[in-house]
Design a protein around this ligand. Structure first.
Ligand code: PRX
Length: 648
């Protein structure tokens, strides 16, 4: 049996959940009285404008309603209710790429968000239910923009700043958004970069966008389209400092966040108001045990769900101090992150395995140069962490004193679903451990719907609806049902399937084994192979393409593409062709989807019915010998040809 690392005793002593008995009590309570459990916390944690009448309505499952009849406002949960006790407390500590710093108190946040809300409402006529796209760097105004939308009931859709104009336009169109909030640019690795030109390009074609609000961050020269583009810096000063918060129904959409699935078109994951904010707050409190005077830092980008739930909504809902960082943890050197931990006396540090691997590689002993004694909890998210990286994080960064919370969740789950509780759960390397209390997560056999035995791989499922879960795929109910409730049935009832495989160990702990579908995870960024294939196909010389993931030391997975060029054109110049394909990907999706390997293949391994055998392509990309039966392929000789090409 593998060694388990127990939580630090001094830390656990004053925690909200002090030990596994307390964990069990909560988990049992939820099992015994599911609705009572959630009713209790919804009443205890949230401030209701109008109390809810019903806890859970499953009558139209998988379209569920939580806390129906209730009204609240998420921005007031995150700001107004803290003003009595925390108005001068730091809500956001911002550090820019070049080391510039800003501390925003809860009172300042209140006025900044209110003014922003008034700007959207009065200057741009944004109303409850309207969609607003936020395409922003990691600056405080990005958080203000999200909260301003929440305050007036507009639905925000944050698009990661690394996405291309095409990707941005697709998301604008799918959401039918009327406003884009962006910045002229920002700073990265000491240099200014631009965002606004990407927005301009996205809006070259006809889109539903009426207005663009531009936060001037780096004051580089940009184009201004008269009547469409407005400077935030100019408009904000004249806005009234208070804007009444809209009373939102529990189930009104709070935001959309597009994520990759198994088709070429990203899905607009739709989240609710009450259920989402409740679980964002509860998981912040339980998993990280953030205390009143703690300083918490999550290094994610607000363009992803981690940035939504664990930089903005979760920490602010509980009244914590959250650090927002514009830069990268390796600039100007490998000590940047550790220097910030020392300087701000960070208590909880939450990052991605890719960042841990990079920092490890760049400076094995770098953390020892800094005083990291303030750290109590270390977190990881977004992809599997390998045991060596985990051990370095535990021993060197955490000095064997901090729990590591390997938090497993997804854009669709809104918040953590399987994770250690830092103060209670004994941990082991690279293991998400146990479902959080209230989350009925089980690894099921997809054939029988039964819980799998220890050591047997199965599908990671959640068998009951939970408050922070996805409510719909924006505008596509069928896709919602098919994507999440189409694969696994337990006792004859469709259950939520995450798309991940998982396995139990002898402690009942859960280890996530990775996606079972065609989604790949590059540096914690989720990308659909179909999406990348669709982008590559836009290059005029491409006849066919298949994309697979290949293990990568730092990024976890890298993108490997097999491209069949149009026969009459042939491969005139491979280097040029490679460049052109990567340029197409850049234009269609962005740099995050660039391929590490592109092989110009004479054909793809297909069955006689024309199905591409991706398993073979994955094995070949890994350099594995092909042992499976290939006689069913239309042209079995293709396998040896591809093998030779890869080896050459
Ligand atoms: O495959 C799982 C992986 O990331 C996927 C979700 O990606 P996304 O929606 O972009 O959200 C990332 C941030 C929550 C999952 O389906 N994943 C996430 N966390 C872990 C993980 N894989 C292993 N261990 C984790 N802790």
């Amino acid at each position: 049996m593998q060694q388990l690392f127990k939580p630090n005793k001094a830390f656990a002593k004053d925690a909200r959940i002090k030990n596994m008995c307390e964990y069990e009590e909560l988990a049992e309570w939820a099992k015994e009285d599911y609705e009572g459990f959630w009713e209790h916390f919804a009443k205890e944690k949230l401030d209701w404008i109008k109390p809810f009448e019903n806890v859970l309505d499953e009558s139209n499952a998988p379209f569920v309603k939580w806390f129906d009849g209730g009204k609240l406002n998420v921005a007031t949960q995150c700001i107004d209710r803290h003003l009595d006790s925390r108005k001068n407390k730091a809500a956001i500590i911002f550090e820019g790429d070049r080391g510039d710093k800003q501390i925003i108190t809860y009172l300042e946040l209140y006025y900044n968000v209110n003014r922003f809300a008034n700007l959207l409402k009065n200057e741009f006529n944004v109303k409850k239910g309207d969609r607003v796209v936020i395409y922003m760097p990691m600056i405080p105004e990005a958080a203000y923009a999200m909260l301003a939308c929440a305050r007036i009931g507009a639905i925000h859709s944050v698009v990661f700043g690394g996405f291309s104009a095409e990707a941005l336009r697709d998301r604008i169109e799918d959401a039918d958004a009327k406003v884009v909030i962006t910045a002229d640019g920002a700073y990265r690795k000491g240099k200014p970069y631009m965002l606004k030109p990407v927005v301009d390009k996205a809006l070259e074609e006809n889109t539903p966008i009426e207005k663009v609000l531009v936060v001037q961050r780096n004051f580089e020269d940009i184009e201004w389209v008269s009547g469409r583009d407005y400077s935030y810096n100019e408009l904000i000063t004249s806005q009234a400092p208070v804007c009444e918060a809209e009373a939102m129904e529990s189930e009104d959409p709070l935001f959309l966040l597009y994520t990759s699935g198994s088709t070429g078109k990203p899905k607009g994951v739709q989240h609710s108001q009450a259920g989402y904010i409740l679980w964002a707050q509860m998981t912040m409190e339980w998993v990280f045990d953030v205390k009143e005077n703690d300083t918490y830092w999550c290094t994610a980008d607000i363009g992803w769900i981690t940035g939504h739930t664990y930089i903005v909504y979760g920490p602010l809902a509980m009244g914590a101090t959250t650090v927002m960082f514009e830069g990268v943890p390796t600039y100007p050197d490998a000590g940047r992150a550790w220097k910030m931990v020392e300087e701000y006396k960070i208590n909880q540090f939450y990052t991605a395995p890719t960042a841990i691997r990079v920092l490890h590689k760049m400076g094995e002993d770098e953390p020892k140069k800094y005083d990291l004694n303030s750290l109590k909890v270390l977190g990881t998210v977004g992809e599997p962490i390998d045991p060596p990286a985990w051990r370095w994080y535990y021993e060197v960064v955490g000095n064997s004193q901090c729990s590591i919370v390997d938090t497993y969740w997804q854009t669709e789950t809104g918040g953590h679903i399987i994770s250690p509780i830092a103060s209670a759960t004994p941990i082991k390397p690279a293991c998400a451990t146990l479902p959080l209390p209230g989350i009925m997560a089980e690894i099921l056999d997809p054939e029988t719907g039964e819980k799998v035995e220890v050591g047997q791989k199965g599908y990671m499922c959640v068998t009951r609806p939970w408050p922070s879960q996805i409510r719909n795929v924006w505008g596509d109910e069928q896709r919602y049902k098919k994507s999440y409730y189409g694969d696994v049935k337990k006792d004859g009832k469709a259950v939520y399937f995450t798309g991940d495989g998982a396995v139990y160990d002898e402690n009942g702990y859960i280890t996530i084994t990775g996606r079972t579908d065609d989604v790949i995870n590059v540096s914690g960024h989720r990308l659909g192979t179909a999406e990348i294939e669709a982008a590559i196909k836009k290059h005029s010389n491409v006849a066919e393409v298949a994309v697979v993931g290949k293990p990568h030391d730092i990024k976890g997975e890298a993108i490997f593409a097999y491209v069949v060029l149009k026969s009459d054109n042939g491969v005139a110049d491979e280097v040029e062709e490679l460049k052109a394909i990567n340029n197409t990907i850049k234009q269609e999706i962005g740099n995050i989807a660039l391929c590490d390997d592109i092989i110009f293949a004479p054909g793809l391994p297909k069955t006689r019915s024309g199905k591409i055998m991706r398993r073979i392509l994955r094995s070949l990309a890994k350099g594995e010998a092909i042992t499976q039966d290939i006689s069913t392929l239309e042209d079995p000789s293709i396998v040896a040809k591809l093998e030779a090409l890869i080896q050459s």
